[in-house]
Structures are given as C-alpha cells and as structure tokens.
Write a protein that binds this ligand. Structure first.
Ligand SMILES: Cc1cc2nc3c(=O)[nH]c(=O)nc-3n(C[C@H](O)[C@H](O)[C@H](O)COP(=O)(O)O)c2cc1C
Length: 367
C-alpha cells in the first residue's frame, strides 16, 4: 500500500495558535440541517463529528449566535444552555476520538425569512435590500424577506451577541471558535459595498464597512484569547442571487486582513473562489496575494483534491487545507488520502435534512 506521509507534510502535526492539530487537513464547516427548532445538537451529531475526528481540525457547521441570526431551518444554535449541553456531547465525543473542533459563529443577516425569525420579525442587515433567492424554512423554500437596516445603536447588541455565543462555545468545550465572515452572511454583507449602503460609521469607506467584523473579532478574542480564534473569509464568492462581490476586493479585504494581523489570530481560513464552485476569481483579484498579507497560519479551501492540496502545501501557499464535501462520504478521509484509497461520493440529496441516513452511515475503511 502506498503511504503519502513521506511525500508531503500534510499528515504531520502543526499548530494553529494555541490549538495543536495532529495533521494539516481540516474538515470545512458543513451545514447538515438535522437539528430541531430548538437548535440543540445531540447524539446523532456527536457520532457524526466523532467519526470525522481524524481531521487535524474540525470546523463545526455554522452555528446561529442568536435567534435573530438564524436563516435556515434545522440548524444548531449556541446561545441557550440546552444548546451548550447538546454541543458538549459533540465536543466530548470528538476529544475522546483524539480530534479538535472549533465552533463556527454565524449570523445570517438578510439571508433569512420572517418564518425563521423570533415573533415573525424582519431579518436584520446593514441595509434594507432583499437577497435574491430562497430561504429554507419548515414550510419549504420561500423568497428571502426584505430585511430592515440595523440602527447604529443596535450594533453593540450584535457584537455582544457574538461575545455571548463565544462564551457559550467555551462552556460547550470547543477548542476555539471561527468567526464566520464569509459567504455573504451578516459580516460579509457589511464588508461589501453591494449590500452595505449605510451612511453611519459602519458604511461608506472600507474602514467603516470592515468595522463590524473587526469589532466582533475583538469581542470574541476578549472571550477566548487571540490564539483560539480563527476567521473565515470568501472574498470573491457571489451573494445569493449572484450579487457581485465587493467592487474593490483587493483593497477591501486587503485592508481587513492587515487589521486582522493586529490580533495575531489562530488562523485565517479562505474559501478560494466561489464557495462550492469554481476556483477562478474575477479579473484583478489575486487571492494568493491577499493571503500573503496575513501573518498567521492560513487554511485554504474550495475544490481541493489531494493533488492540489499536496502541490499548494509543497509550494508553501497553505498551512492547512480544508476539505468540505469529501468529508460527507468519507469519515476517514485522512486515512484514505494518506494511503491512496478510493473516495466515496456522497449523494447530494444527503447533504441537508433527514436523520442518520446519509449522515453517520458512511463506512470507514478497515485497513
Ligand atoms: C452541504 C454543505 C454545507 C455547507 N455549510 C457551510 C457552513 O455551515 N459554513 C460555511 O462557512 N461553509 C459551508 N459550506 C461551504 C464549505 O465549507 C466549503 O467551503 C465548500 O464545500 C467548498 O469546499 P469543498 O470543495 O472541499 O467541498 C457548505 C458546503 C456544503 C456542500
């Protein structure tokens, strides 16, 4: 049997800030929509994540920081004691299996619907611009609601909701948290001029549009310490309905990354290209040049196969590689990559919703 551990250091330990990881392959965050309306994960999730604990780092599925931050039915939360107890089962199971897991902190902003909001209230966003596309509710797919613009004096509450969720994630036994500032959710909606038309201190200039993300990072670092907080960015992923990314990706995200350096975070995690789609970037955007601005550990993701992972790691372009979809059908992905074993492709119908089927029933290889 081949063993690629001599050909690449992807299977060797490293560290992300204070988080020691057993190899350089991470499991990317994957929403699997198998949680009740209370947002409480349980034994099913504990089994699923423990099966994947061979990853150097697991980034949990995106986890709502508040009732208002929710935009998809059947997704977990991290703001109530019951949710913390549910996640504790998951973190204990992952740790017992020798893995590390961080919690991805999520507020969807305008990517929501009144049916998913407390008391049927309007979702909140930087500006009252509806996203094109459909929200996944308990009643099926419906058009996104037009959000209301957050008042300036509400923004400290948003920041404190992140801090609260970060504290709850700590109580749940995670190894750290990943601030979800990617994929056109609330923080990204503030960053990009296509979705942020504000005229206060949180809109207009790049400095203003990146302010909320930086305030959130500061608050979360205040809870966890800088070396257990990561951040996820997707500078070129179009919004739902294909709203173009920011009109000046290099300047906007370049400024943000330079500011993030001041925190000395555990890591920065990029979706390279269009999340779940092409790795191509718009003309004038060089994601490797943006990445090079970051002074800490870097996790690259999006459309990687083992060849690309080896070559980008070999060229020193990534510290770790995150695989998303391959982890759905291959709980033992690390073993399969290391020994050149065939991968199982999970059916797309299994991605979201349902129970154990298509979730915890993918077999690990017996060597
Ligand atoms: C089923 C599914 C759920 C996802 N859920 C999340 C999520 O919760 N948070 C997030 O940042 N990205 C999410 N993504 C994006 C993945 O983390 C990843 O960026 C994408 O799948 C590309 O990586 P891959 O080519 O290795 O799959 C999801 C993707 C899929 C397919």
């Amino acid at each position: 049997m081949v063993d690629y551990s001599k050909a690449t250091d992807l299977f060797s330990p490293t560290r992300l800030g204070a988080i020691k990881v057993s190899n350089r392959i991470a499991m990317a965050p994957l929403t699997r929509s198998r949680v009740g309306d209370d947002g409480v994960p349980g034994d099913l999730q504990a089994t699923y994540y423990a099966q994947r604990a061979g990853a150097g780092l697991i980034v949990s599925e995106a986890t709502n920081i508040s009732a208002e931050g929710r935009g998809y039915a059947m997704t977990p939360g991290i703001w109530t004691d019951e949710q913390v107890a549910g996640w504790r089962k998951v973190t204990d199971a992952v740790h017992a299996a020798g893995g590390k897991i961080v919690n991805q902190l999520w507020h969807v902003g305008r990517i929501s619907h009144v049916d998913l909001q407390p008391n049927g209230q309007l979702p909140v966003a930087p500006s009252a611009i509806a996203a094109e596309g459909k929200a996944f509710t308990n009643n099926g797919f419906v058009d996104f609601s037009t959000p209301r613009a957050l008042e300036t004096d509400e923004i400290p509450r948003i920041v404190s909701d992140y801090a609260h969720a970060a504290k709850m994630a700590k109580a749940a036994g995670f190894d750290g948290v990943e601030v979800h500032s990617a994929n056109s959710y609330l923080l990204d909606q503030f960053i990009r001029d296509s979705t942020n038309r504000r005229t206060d201190a949180y809109g207009g200039s790049i400095e203003n549009r990146t302010r909320l993300t930086l305030e959130v990072v500061e608050a979360v670092v205040g809870v966890w310490g800088h070396d257990r907080v990561g951040i996820r960015l997707s500078p070129t992923t179009p919004d739902a309905g294909n709203t173009p990314p920011d009109s000046n990706v290099m300047a906007t995200y370049g400024y943000l990354i330079e500011k993030l350096n001041n925190f000395e975070l555990a890591y920065m995690h990029f979706v390279e290209g269009d999340t779940g789609g092409s790795r191509k970037t718009p003309q004038g955007v060089d994601l490797d040049a943006l990445r090079a601005l970051f002074t800490g550990p870097y996790i690259g993701n999006n459309g990687y196969d083992f060849e690309l992972a080896k070559s980008r790691r070999g060229a020193g372009l990534v510290d770790m590689v995150a695989f998303g979809r391959p982890f759905i059908g291959n709980p033992d992905l690390i073993t399969r990559l290391r020994y050149g074993l065939a991968l199982t492709e999970a059916p797309k119908e299994a991605y979201y919703g349902g129970g154990a089927e298509g979730y915890i029933d993918f077999a690990a290889t017996v060597l």
